[in-house]
Design a protein around this ligand. Structure first.
Ligand SMILES: [Zn+2]
Length: 329
């Protein structure tokens, strides 16, 4: 039989667990409850033995002291359960936002139109109430955005033809930051994929395979450091320099693995020096998806996260700005 104070503590914990609606939290509370119960059980036993010894030795009446000691232990116990449960949950994953905000600094292809935001109304109206409204315009392919297969395949699907579930899949992060630091024009090879698989197992079905170059993750939105040039227009094209997937690596992923798409923390899945955008051609030709300028890759685990990509639903869109996030275990 549990004493009344234990029962009260237990029902409080159960209430907190229900409030959070979080299975991880509930599990953490239960685990901590079990651990702390064991600790208290041992403490109480030690106390009892000590009191018995004192009573025997000196003939004291210890009932009052016992009760206050029990209260003190219960307080510590209850505090430990709640504190350690919260800290256990905080150490776990959650939602990782992998999206850059759109503003005047958003990185676009040097020949594309940038993001423009204009205030239409912004202030107190004649009627006395506040009213704010903007207009925006931009190219489809800039900032954190997706490519639909039509981008490089004549008969490919447009944005609104791709079902929502196709944008969701396990995140596989290939960390090639060291190689990209030594060589800005690094091409991801089949070896990089196989190295990942040696450590984490075969790429899961329906995965997003993400190339973590470190270039965008560290320097976005610094155009010179990300694109290799701060110039805009045609004169910028010969100066573009950043890493990308090799066509062979993408052919391997399409033919030998079952992926949803590929993603990268630079402005293009093809490297900066590419002339014919072979990776785009191969990927879009295979009806797969791409995601560019993805943020916060340093915080994404190499495996185990689930990636959610929510593009703006543009009818006939060849690409679209997207809200991207991962559920991290
Ligand atoms: Zn694009």
């Amino acid at each position: 039989m549990l004493p009344q104070s234990y029962k009260a503590a237990l029902s409080s914990i159960r209430f907190v667990s229900l409030l959070s609606f979080d299975i991880n939290f509930a599990f953490a509370v239960l685990l901590q409850f079990f651990i702390c119960y064991l600790q208290v059980y041992c403490l109480k036993k030690e106390d009892k033995d000590a009191f018995n010894l004192l009573e025997e030795k000196e003939g004291y009446e210890m009932n009052g002291a016992k009760r206050s000691s029990e209260k003190r232990i219960m307080f510590v116990f209850f505090f430990l359960v709640i504190a350690t449960s919260f800290s256990a949950c905080n150490q776990e994953g959650g939602i990782l936002d992998m999206t850059y905000s759109y503003d005047a600094n958003t990185i676009y292809w040097p020949t594309a139109k940038s993001f423009i935001l204009e205030n239409v109304s912004w202030g107190i109206t004649e009627g006395g109430w506040w009213y704010a409204s903007n207009e925006f315009s931009a190219s489809e392919h800039g900032g954190t955005h997706v490519d639909a297969p039509i981008h490089f395949a004549e008969k490919g699907r447009t944005i609104e033809q791709i079902p929502l579930e196709e944008w969701i899949g396990p995140a596989v992060k290939l960390d090639v930051t060291e190689k990209c630091e030594k060589n800005r024009d690094y091409l991801l090879g089949v070896d990089d994929i196989k190295n990942w698989e040696r450590e984490y197992g075969k790429i899961p079905d329906g995965a997003w395979v993400i190339m973590y170059t470190g270039i965008g993750t560290e320097y976005y939105p610094d155009k010179k450091k990300v694109l290799g040039t701060h110039k805009t227009g045609e004169e910028a094209i010969p100066e573009l320099s950043f890493p990308g997937f090799s066509p062979e690596s993408v052919e391997f992923l399409i033919e030998d693995r079952n992926i949803k798409g590929i993603a990268i923390d630079t402005p293009s899945i093809d490297y900066g020096k590419s002339k014919e955008f072979k990776v785009h051609q191969v990927l879009c030709g295979a009806d797969k998806l791409a995601l560019e300028n993805i943020a916060n890759l340093d915080k994404l685990p190499a495996s185990g996260a689930m990636l959610y990509v929510v593009p703006m639903q543009i009818k006939g869109g060849t690409g679209a700005p997207a809200r991207v996030f991962a559920i991290v275990p």
